[in-house]
Design a protein around this ligand. Structure first.
Ligand code: AMP
Length: 506
């Protein structure tokens, strides 16, 4: 089924519900959005001469046009390539060539980088500024009905964030994205017409994927005017929209908490913060619930099974009386209904509860493979399972707890040390804002534990205090042997701490 039919369906039943807003202002209701999408789809096919199956790159900061362009691509039978707005022109050129994108839509702030990349991308015939006259001209084309697509036709090429090596283009089909959207209702949250999602996290990534479940329920896609993540703006927008959901990386949740503790903003209209994309520490999760109440839900996913491996909904977060509550909070929740999750040994055999192994995934959300990369596809999808590269264990109740990615594991004097466990302890210190633990090469031990720590603004913390804290909570051999204090930890565009960067500093 073509995903564009989901928009048509909402436009029929809820034509007057707000569909897209910029800041506090509603731009289009569902009827208007569906009309624009149909004409834009006509523009893509007739105006730009794109053929079914061709790829269309979206190199844009968060903007209202993101929503209509995604649906217009689908309606026209084209595949969207939402690109991380922070990439270098050289990385853009790689993606343009890898996808053979025939057109690229840009926001003005990114036009220069795209122009540089276009010079090296022979297939890229058209670059269109979404605020320019050429874009308006596309909207004047005759409307096009949703194309007939096969369910395994590509809808979205998702480039992995590449914290290691070259990015890979994850091939996501219409069926993959439909399964991921429906999974939201089973295990993350409910949505009702008139509610909204605030796209403060990149729409090229998780927040963009959440457009679909919100369109299915005729909720409004709110794009902040800044096009990015600004705490004050987010809380301001909570006054203008109701039933607001926000997808945020854990680092963003931390910033929201810090802001709310300072400014005590009104949060009645905040419905749900879905966090994921990186580890959330228990202390940070508790702090967020203290400030916002039980409005937190977690997802664990990766581009290869977008936003959909495991989830922990608001009710599970709220179940403080449960005897294993702390362990649950430290977990990433339960497998989504309809998605098989296995913790396996190196031969892909399932391991019993409590044993640590690689997380494997099988189900309708799992990608078809990596574009133009059969070796990586074979390796990652071997034996019919997605090999996530994540390491963890399932408990008796079916909750998955992630350890670190295998490459982050520290082996010191023959003992395995999981950085996350040490980081959780360091974060208990009231003056520690961020902590990241890596292994540093060492002649005697193979590796030693090294902690990068950033203190909260205006506060100070020393190695001695942190050492004492660790001695009180974890085995002696796990505690950092060295500390490096930084103002902030380096992060990628989606807010993930870049351990590769930290290691380079050693
Ligand atoms: P990406 O494909 O860029 O979205 O990155 C996916 C990776 O982020 C996963 O393989 C995990 O290592 C990590 N990740 C995603 N969600 C979570 C979560 N809830 N907790 C811990 N790590 C996560």
């Amino acid at each position: 089924m073509n995903l564009a039919l989901l928009l048509e369906r909402s436009a029929r039943a809820f034509p007057r519900q707000p569909a897209v807003a910029l800041g506090a202002r509603v731009l289009h209701d569902y009827a208007v959005l569906a009309g624009r999408v149909a004409r834009l789809a006509g523009g893509l096919r007739e105006g730009l001469g794109l053929l079914p199956g061709q790829r269309v790159a979206l190199v844009m900061k968060n903007c209202p046009q993101y929503v209509e362009l995604l649906f217009a691509c689908w309606q026209a039978g084209l595949c969207a390539v939402p690109v991380n707005a922070k990439l270098h022109p050289r990385e853009l050129a790689f993606i343009f060539r890898d996808t053979a994108a025939g057109a690229c839509f840009v926001t003005a702030d990114l036009a220069e980088g795209v122009a540089a990349a276009q010079a090296e991308s022979p297939a890229l015939a058209s670059v269109i500024d979404v605020d320019g006259a050429d874009y308006d001209a596309l909207l004047r084309h005759a409307p096009l009905a949703p194309a007939d697509v096969a369910t395994d036709d590509l809808a979205w090429l998702f480039y992995t964030s590449g914290t290691t090596g070259k990015p890979k283009g994850v091939m996501l089909s219409h069926a993959n994205l439909l399964a991921a959207a429906l999974a939201y209702f089973a295990d993350v949250d409910t949505i009702a017409p008139g509610e909204s999602i605030l796209h403060a996290a990149p729409m090229s990534h998780g927040s963009g994927l959440y457009i679909l479940p919100h369109v299915i329920q005729a909720a409004c896609n709110v794009v902040p005017e800044s096009g990015g993540f600004d705490e004050a703006e987010i809380f301001d927008l909570l006054r203008a929209h109701r039933g607001v959901t926000l997808f945020a990386a854990p680092t963003m949740v931390k910033r929201l908490v810090a802001f709310a503790e300072r400014a005590r903003p009104e949060c009645t209209n905040l419905k749900t913060i879905v966090y994921g994309g990186g580890p959330m520490y228990v202390e940070d999760c508790k702090a967020a619930m203290r400030v916002f109440g039980c409005k937190l839900a977690q997802i664990y996913g990766q581009g290869e099974s977008p936003m959909t491996i495991t989830a922990m909904d608001k009710a599970l977060h709220a179940d403080t009386a449960h005897p294993r509550y702390e362990q649950r909070l430290a977990s990433v929740g339960r497998p989504f209904a309809g998605i098989e999750v296995r913790v396996a040994d190196i031969d892909d055999n399932p391991l019993p509860a409590g044993e640590i192994g690689e997380v494997l995934v099988r189900g309708p959300t799992v990608m078809a493979g990596y574009l133009n990369n059969p070796e990586a596809t074979l390796q990652t999808l071997r034996n019919g399972w997605l090999h996530t590269g994540d390491v963890g264990f399932l408990d008796e109740e079916g909750f998955l707890t992630l350890r670190d990615r295998s490459k982050d594991l520290i082996i010191s004097g023959g003992s395995n040390i999981y950085p996350r466990e040490v980081e959780e302890v360091l974060l208990r210190h009231p003056a520690v804002a961020e902590a990241s633990v890596v292994g540093a090469p060492d002649a005697e031990w193979g590796e030693i534990v090294l902690a990068f720590v950033a203190a909260r603004p205006g506060m100070q913390v020393g190695a001695d205090e942190l050492d004492a804290l660790c001695l009180g909570h974890i085995a002696r051999f796990k505690r950092p042997k060295r500390y490096v204090f930084l103002d902030a930890l380096p992060k990628n565009a989606t807010g993930k701490v870049l351990k590769t960067e930290l290691r380079k500093r050693l």
